[in-house]
Ligand binder design. Structure first.
Ligand code: ADP
Ligand code: ZN
Length: 720
């Protein structure tokens, strides 16, 4: 008899065996529908010997119901999923779910019905109907999406359909994408760029695993060189995946890509509309999607013939996913390339120490672009000691930085102020009784957002309107803002330079592709004099008229004391500095700090990258930190504080004894409460060679916990 073992998306129940009915064709990787109790579930057929479970006698097996009309997941992808689950101590089910994340993409016909406004008005205009009409605003969406967008029930929308206010449009999910052309507009490369590009092209031609670290200063034209690799890959008829750290960067990338290749690539990220998501998924699986640019989740899509992976801004922290499956997309990208046996390019001006180490030990091939394209100089960098050059009372910009801003405004050049803090002020308190506004769900202060008039938690999204009186002592008009956020810096610039045209650039203000595109267009057209922004402005942007960069508080990132604080500060400041002087005019950078002597700041001011990396390497070696040793975290959480503590203590009490693994804790996690859950943490520090994952699996596998307790494992954690 023919049996099939299914990976199903409920790790607690699966895997499960089924009977394959006569005449049904399945193979490992087939996506199938199976009965489970009274329900139908989707599962992936897997090799039995790779997915052990208790065997069920033949007579008890239920038959599979159907094979879904999508290509079976390839062995290369199945091996990647297994590796990811294994390495990050996650269930294979939760990793595999990311492949089919488009859910509905698999079932039903290849068309979707969306709705658009017909132009007619409803018989009676209720607030809900108005909300639906407003939300659609010239676009089209499915009923379910529109219900979410407008915050109204599907019933209200059906009413509008019946009245003819919304009209159906049939959307073909298999309509082709415009083809991209490798020869559309080939650039003249500089000799340095040519060398790098030739190396990439050679690797793509060889079509085997080849990891590259493209280490090029900001503005050196790294993109241009990996575009040549993409062109070669297109000529082979293979697919390319480009991972970008931030959706806000995608706009600029799309335009450049289209200039070079004559058509845009296919975009993949979590906020795609379901129809577009479905269309992309199907084209990727069918092999017709030529180039996909996406956020980290694009890594787990079922490419039919992947030939090249590029990770741009590969040092970025946002490649690390911090909930669900806690994976690092940069590292999984390299593994994907290894299983697919294809080249992978990690591009950065400030590579992670781990990546540099991989290059040093010869595992990655390092290619260097030492100079900016077109002869632009790297900017000059100067520190401003805030203890000596004090800003005015209640201000955050020192006199020298203010002078430089004025000077740029007079010359008609652009300036950029960087502060990695959204909102107006990170803390609000009552000047009468000292009451501080705290998030009810997290151990964090509420951040004042003055533009949108709210107090918000940056961890869970909780929001309230600032009250007129203190909720504690009742004193009216007593709230004071403590510390600066970007809105407050923008406010200060307004006061100093009332005529300057300002843009605040954060994930709050650039929260859609349209807004990102609009900002870029305005900045390029010279309609903005001063940009004030968070880490979002440190990357990717290329504004030739931008000649001044001010880092408002370089010490901010160093305070937390976490493992990567120094490296992250170095990367952020070097990246934001790299926005200055990219055109014909030279750039100038001021770093405001209270610790000009700190090794990170000194290295930045001296433009001595090697000095920073050497100091950082020594510090990491000394601490047994990556890349010399390994870290892992076990995070125990529950809505009940005692329950979380007890579970953490029990894990602590059963700790295994190993020479090469040191176990610290349990202790309250740095965010001891998050989204209403109390959190405790254990930290493992291990030698490079230790089998940390095996240790953790054996250890936790022997324990069981109450329902409300969650135990998460974070391998190679970023922040703790
Ligand atoms: P990086 O990503 O290394 O910071 P970019 O790829 O953004 O640098 O390149 C910086 C600028 O130089 C961009 O505007 C890009 O279009 C331009 N540029 C780079 N290489 C070339 C080239 N070979 N021909 C024309 N323009 C180039
Ligand atoms: Zn919160």
């Amino acid at each position: 008899m023919n049996r099939a073992r299914l990976l199903i998306f409920n790790a607690a129940l699966g895997p499960l065996d089924y009977r394959v009915p006569d005449g049904m064709q399945v193979e490992p990787g087939s996506v199938v529908v199976a009965p489970l109790g009274p329900r139908q579930i989707v599962g992936i057929v897997w090799e039995e010997d790779r997915l052990p479970t208790q065997s069920v006698p033949d007579a008890k097996l239920r038959p599979l119901l159907a094979v879904l009309p999508v290509p079976p997941l390839k062995a290369e992808l199945r091996r990647l999923l297994e590796w990811t689950a294994d390495y990050y101590c996650a269930s294979l089910a939760s990793v595999a779910r990311m492949v089919l994340s488009s859910g509905g993409a698999l079932r039903g016909p290849a068309t979707t019905i969306e709705y658009r406004l017909s132009g007619g008005m409803p018989e009676r205009l209720t607030p809900q109907r108005l909300a639906a009409i407003d939300a659609l605003d010239g676009e089209q969406a499915t009923i379910r999406e529109l219900s979410g967008m407008a915050g109204v029930s599907e019933g209200v929308l059906r009413g509008l359909v019946n009245q003819g206010v919304l009209e159906p449009v049939e959307v073909d999910c298999d309509r082709p994408y415009p083809p991209v052309d490798p020869a559309f507009a080939e650039p003249e490369l500089s000799p340095d760029q040519r060398d790098v590009a030739d190396r990439f092209v050679g690797a793509v031609k060889q079509c085997q695993f080849a990891p590259f670290l493209l280490d090029g200063v900001t503005g050196s034209g790294k993109t241009e060189t990996y575009f040549e690799a993409i062109a070669q890959n297109l000529r082979h008829g293979h697919q390319t995946l480009v991972l970008l750290p931030e959706i806000a960067l995608t706009e600029a990338f799309l335009r450049r890509f289209e200039d070079r290749f004559g058509a845009p690539p296919i975009v993949w990220h979590s906020s795609l509309k379901s129809t577009e998501r479905r269309r992309a998924w199907r084209a990727i699986a069918a092999g017709t999607a030529q180039v996909v640019v996406g956020a980290r989740s694009a890594l787990f899509l079922p490419y039919a013939k992947l030939g090249l992976v590029v990770v741009d801004e590969a040092h970025e922290v946002s490649f690390k996913q911090d909930d669900g499956v806690r994976y690092n997309a940069r590292d999984v990208a390299v593994m994907r390339a290894r299983f697919e046996n294809i080249p992978v390019i990690l591009a950065s001006a400030t590579p992670a120490l781990e990546s540099l180490q991989m290059a040093q030990t010869g595992i990655y091939e390092k290619l260097v672009l030492p100079a900016r394209f077109g002869g632009a100089e790297l900017p000059s960098i100067d520190t401003i000691n805030l203890i000596e050059e004090k800003p005015d009372r209640g201000r955050w910009l020192s006199p020298r930085l203010v002078e430089a801003l004025k000077d740029r405004l007079e010359k008609g050049e652009q300036s950029l102020l960087f502060l990695n803090r959204r909102g107006y002020a990170p803390l609000t308190l009552c000047r009468h009784c000292g009451f501080r506004f705290q998030c009810p769900n997290c151990s964090a202060w509420l951040v004042e957002h003055r533009l949108s008039r709210r107090l918000a938690c940056h961890h869970c999204g909780h929001e309230t309107v600032p009250p007129d009186a203190c909720p504690e002592c009742g004193e009216p008009d007593c709230l004071v803002a403590c510390g600066p956020g970007v809105e407050r810096i923008a406010h200060e610039v307004e006061e100093i330079l009332p005529e300057a045209r300002l843009a605040i650039v954060t994930s709050d203000t650039l929260n859609s592709p349209e807004k990102a595109a609009q900002f870029i267009a305005q900045a390029e057209a010279g309609e903005i004099d001063v940009i004030v922004g968070t880490q979002l402005v440190t990357k990717g942007f290329h504004f030739p008229e931008l000649t001044l960069v001010g880092v408002v508080d370089a010490d901010l990132g160093l305070e937390g004391g976490d493992l990567r604080a120094a490296e992250r500060t170095y990367q952020q400041v070097a990246q934001v500095a790299g926005r200055a002087g990219r055109g014909a005019k030279p750039g100038e950078v001021f770093i405001q700090t209270r610790h000009p002597e700190a090794s990170v700041i000194a290295a930045l001011a001296a433009g001595d990258r090697d000095a920073f990396y050497e100091a950082e390497t020594e510090a990491r070696r000394h601490a047994g930190a990556p890349p010399f040793g390994r870290w892992a975290a076990i995070i125990v959480s529950s809505e009940d504080e005692a329950e979380a503590r007890e579970a953490a203590n029990r894990i602590g009490a059963t700790r295994p004894n190993f020479d090469d693994v040191m176990i610290l804790g349990p202790a309250p996690a740095p965010l001891s409460m998050l989204r209403g859950r109390y959190r405790y943490r254990l930290l493992l520090n291990a030698r490079r060679s230790a089998e940390v994952q095996q240790v953790i699996r054996d250890w936790l596998g022997a324990l069981s916990f109450p329902q409300g307790v969650r135990v998460a494992v974070d391998i190679d954690p970023y922040s703790f």
